[in-house]
Design a protein around this ligand. Structure first.
Ligand code: SAH
Ligand code: SF4
Ligand code: F3S
Length: 481
């Protein structure tokens, strides 16, 4: 969805408007002139590349950044040799950070050969003061650094960057602002993420997200509905409503609205076929939501319900605010009300003080809930979080042993659960040509399981009936009906 901007009505001889998004339209026009001038000097179009790390929030932010780059005249390519490269970073675990530093080494050598090349860094990692210091000291060739709260200002920041011969840094600690109506370039024509809220107030003791994404703020339901209607008019059939804790949607609005209430409004949008959402915090999952999901024709039969740990002692230390028993009760209630739902989860292994007996309890929960899939992570110490100061770190050897045990349990239950639909016919949204075998396409069932089946590019973006012929671990091989 490219925003129609009336360029003729923007006067670059006057001062930039104070109000958003008009101010950004002004800077987009200014940036367009710079890009045109640079292109003229080079004798070709300027190219840009965006590299995205982390979660769906970052993927969505990158679509906005790419939308702005397209609007100001860059040609997007998938290659870090581009004239401008941005890295939209993640800092949830340390390995995400290390990957970014590795990539910076690579683009530095490219920049030495191409001095006009520009490098921008943004996203969650940039909200950490220690990271900024490190970049200033060890990566002085970076041209632009900004954070998670001011991505809407990308055009304005680019103008500053092109007029400066020093690293431009603009990081905000937090914001209460939500800027609407900026351009965005979608990765898929038929499905899209839609932000419904930003930030997080939960402060799970291991997690850095509340520090780098700021306080929770919900988007106005009218703006959300308007965006989805426009997406549907543009060919989107599936939306993923995005928030760190969607179950607490609406609490910060002038006219509070529940997440279940929002879902009912989204359900009414004609032409929209499927609704997904991410992520649900178990402590805030309401009976109202379960009932709305149960009767809905559009909400997918999938719930991602992060467990993090199975032992109440560890859950308390993690500040998750539910016990093992409360989680199990909730999972059973959901399965009772919506038997065909698939449940997936996130689990952390190696939280400070976690013993093999604690992990046994996690495995118990995995076996009892029978997840369709579980993402298992090794605990990563994040500076500034309460857990970073907790005693009794778990040794690497213990973590490995516990992790392997857990993974085995996850794989066993997933194989059993995923395979239960073998022989049945289900609707699948075809997402792409199979990466490994171009005679196959890959589609997603309502319950989020993937099915690969013979087909061609004409099927991509369509909802089709597929017979699930054979289950292979986490996916199916099927046949178009
Ligand atoms: N808001 C979401 C999670 C966002 S982060 C939620 O609460 O479910 C995605 C996942 O990363 C988390 O569910 C958690 O399992 C994992 N994670 C977060 N911080 C971590 C850390 N310090 N070490 C390892 N895994 C972590
Ligand atoms: Fe992190 Fe917890 Fe917020 Fe999820 S709910 S983003 S794990 S603090
Ligand atoms: Fe990473 Fe930021 Fe998402 S830290 S997981 S990209 S919110």
């Amino acid at each position: 969805m490219q925003k129609e901007i009336d360029w003729n009505n923007i006067d670059l001889n006057s001062e930039p408007p104070a109000q958003e998004p008009m101010r950004q339209y002004y800077f987009m026009k200014k940036a367009r002139e710079i890009v045109m001038e640079e292109s003229r000097k080079l004798g070709r179009r300027l190219t840009a590349d965006g590299e995205t790390f982390g979660c769906q929030m970052n993927a969505k932010d990158s679509e906005k950044l790419i939308g702005i780059l397209g609007t100001i005249g860059f040609e997007m390519i998938d290659d870090e040799s581009a004239d401008l490269v941005f890295y939209n970073t993640c800092t949830v675990r340390d390995n995400a950070n290390q990957r970014v530093y590795g990539r910076l080494g690579l683009v530095h050598s490219m920049k030495k050969k191409n001095p006009h090349k520009k490098i921008a860094l943004c996203g969650c990692m940039m909200q950490e003061p220690g990271v900024i210091e490190k970049i200033q000291k060890s990566y002085p060739f970076v041209d632009l650094v900004f954070g998670t709260h001011n991505i809407y200002k990308f055009a304005e920041l680019l103008v500053t960057m092109y007029h400066s011969d020093r690293m431009v840094i603009d990081i905000w600690k937090d914001t209460d602002k939500i800027v609407e109506d900026l351009p965005a370039q979608r990765k898929y024509p038929f499905k899209s993420g839609v932000n419904i809220m930003y930030g997080c107030n939960n402060f799970c003791s291991y997690c850095i997200v509340p520090y780098v994404r700021g306080r929770e703020r919900s988007r106005n339901p009218k703006d959300i509905i308007r965006e989805i209607e426009a997406l549907v008019a543009d060919g989107v059939v599936e939306v993923m409503l995005l928030g760190q804790n969607v179950n607490s949607y609406g609490k910060t609005l002038d006219e509070p609205m529940s997440f279940a209430g929002l879902l009912q409004e989204v359900e009414k949008i004609e032409g929209l076929e499927r609704i997904r959402f991410m992520t649900s915090h178990p402590k805030d999952l309401s009976d109202e939501l379960i009932q709305v999901m149960k009767t809905s024709k559009k909400i997918c039969r999938h719930l991602h319900l992060p467990l993090q740990a199975g032992s109440t002692r560890i859950l308390t230390a993690m500040n998750r605010r539910y016990t093992k028993e409360q989680y199990l009760e909730l999972a059973h209630k959901i399965r009772r009300e919506i038997p065909d739902i698939s449940l997936t989860t996130d689990i952390i292994v190696g939280f400070p003080g976690e013993t093999a007996a604690d992990v046994d309890e996690t495995i118990e929960v995995v076996k009892e809930v029978e997840y369709d899939n579980a993402f298992t992570f090794i605990y990563s110490r994040r500076t500034g979080t309460p857990a970073a100061a907790m005693p009794n770190p778990v040794s690497d050897a213990e973590i490995k042993e516990n992790f392997d045990r857990l993974l085995k349990a996850v794989q066993e239950t997933a194989r059993k659960r995923v395979g239960r639909l073998t022989g049945e016919v289900h609707r699948a949204l075809v997402e792409e040509i199979n990466e490994h075998d171009s005679a196959l396409v890959s589609g997603r069932l309502s319950n989020n399981t993937i099915v690969h089946f013979p087909g061609d590019a004409s099927l991509v973006g369509k909802l089709v009936n597929v017979k699930l012929v054979e289950a292979h671990g986490f996916y199916y091989i099927g046949e178009l009906q």
